[in-house]
Design a protein around this ligand. Structure first.
Ligand code: FAD
Length: 332
């Protein structure tokens, strides 16, 4: 183990992590970003974060013509590196927080790193069905998404029948949002009743173009080439969970809304406060956690907004909070 103590280590390389790095580097804090490594957990986790799984990002200010998710994350990284951010392509697998001495972080290569301040920006991965065609079409912009608010307004989904998989509040919210653009929105649900609250169900069901397909699971995603030779979704294959009968539903888009998993497994037994779903709990309307010198930003601490701009915003806040904390504790 090296004796060197970093001022600030940032865990995660999505919008929150890179923004924290830009601010910390410009404040001469000499930050190090641990980017994470690619894995399927079963949700997909990638260096660069969840935007690596999408094509067009049209709602991030400053890109009037849109930008692809991977290009945007490359630009974030380049900007952070320009100010001297160091980048380590590693996962943090364990942490030990201390009151009076530097915090310890252990990487997937079993190296131990010391840091005065830590910014946790590990995000929350969207849960997918795990079907091969679903994954391919999601990555290629072929009409499969895990974020209706992000992608629903894209021209490819306008006036088409769309399917939403899920039965909870967020599935209802996504489906209700899509009724503004779609000809019909089908909720596909494995059971004969929804888990969502009554009010969320009603908000969806009162729309004239809302439909629920009960006792159905998606077993495959069907596709064909469009007039530009681009592979796009044409429908989903459904299996009845009661009778086993297989049927096809023609749709122009599939939105998977079966929840998110915050990437906080490595914080188990660390003493950091997590809520019942595993999201980091913040204190005092800031990015502070219950552990002195440990801050959190982005989707790992936000089960509600889950947008690149909000993640970047809290990344900025975390870097400023960390800088104040380091100064207050005479580390800088
Ligand atoms: P993430 O982007 O999830 O980044 C987390 C990072 O942490 C990753 O780099 C990961 O590798 C790393 N990590 C995780 N665990 C560890 C560990 N133990 N050690 C080291 N590193 C670790 N938002 C928009 O605003 N506009 C859009 O158009 C849009 N489209 C989307 C499309 C899809 C399909 C999805 C799934 C999401 C979309 N979003 C969009 C939401 C957006 O991607 C997220 O809100 C945003 O990426 C959250 O940023 P983050 O930095 O908090 O986390």
């Amino acid at each position: 183990m090296s004796d060197h103590v970093h001022n600030v280590v940032i865990i995660g390389s999505g919008p929150a992590g890179w923004t924290a790095a830009i601010y910390a580097a410009r404040a001469n804090l000499d930050p190090v970003v641990y980017t994470g490594v690619a894995k399927q957990t079963p949700a997909i986790q990638l260096p660069g974060g969840q935007l690596m799984l999408t094509t067009d990002v049209e709602n991030y200010p400053g890109f009037p013509d849109g930008v692809t998710g991977p290009e945007m994350m490359q630009r974030f990284q380049k900007q952070a590196e320009r100010f001297g951010t160091r980048v380590e392509p590693r996962d943090i697998v364990r942490v030990t927080f201390h009151d009076t001495k530097p915090h310890e972080l252990v990487t997937d290569k079993d190296e131990t790193i010391l840091a005065h301040a830590i910014i946790i920006a590990t995000g929350a991965t969207a849960n997918w069905l795990g079907l091969e065609n679903e994954q391919r079409l999601a990555r290629s912009g072929g009409g499969v998404s895990a974020c209706a608010v992000c992608d629903g307004a894209l021209p490819m989904f306008r006036d088409k029948p769309l399917a939403v998989v899920g039965g909870g509040d967020s599935a209802m919210e996504e489906a209700t949002y899509l009724t503004k653009f779609a000809s019909t929105v089908y909720i596909i649900h494995r059971r004969d009743e929804l888990r969502a609250s009554k009010i969320m169900q009603e908000r969806f069901l009162e729309k004239p173009n809302a439909k629920v397909l009960w006792n159905k699971g998606v077993v495959d995603v069907l596709s064909a080439k469009d007039e530009h030779g681009h592979e796009v979704i044409t429908g989903v294959q459904l299996k009845d969970t009661q009778t086993g009968e297989v049927s096809t539903l023609e749709v122009g888009g599939l939105f998977v809304a079966i929840g998110h998993t915050p990437a906080t497994g490595f914080l188990a037994d660390s003493g950091i406060d997590l809520d019942e779903k595993g999201y980091v709990i913040l204190r005092n309307r800031s990015t502070e956690t219950n552990i002195s010198g440990v801050f959190a930003a982005g989707d790992v601490a936000d089960a509600f907004y889950r947008q690149a701009i909000t993640a970047a915003g809290t990344g900025c806040q975390a870097a400023i909070d960390a800088e104040h904390w380091l100064a207050h504790h005479n580390h800088i």
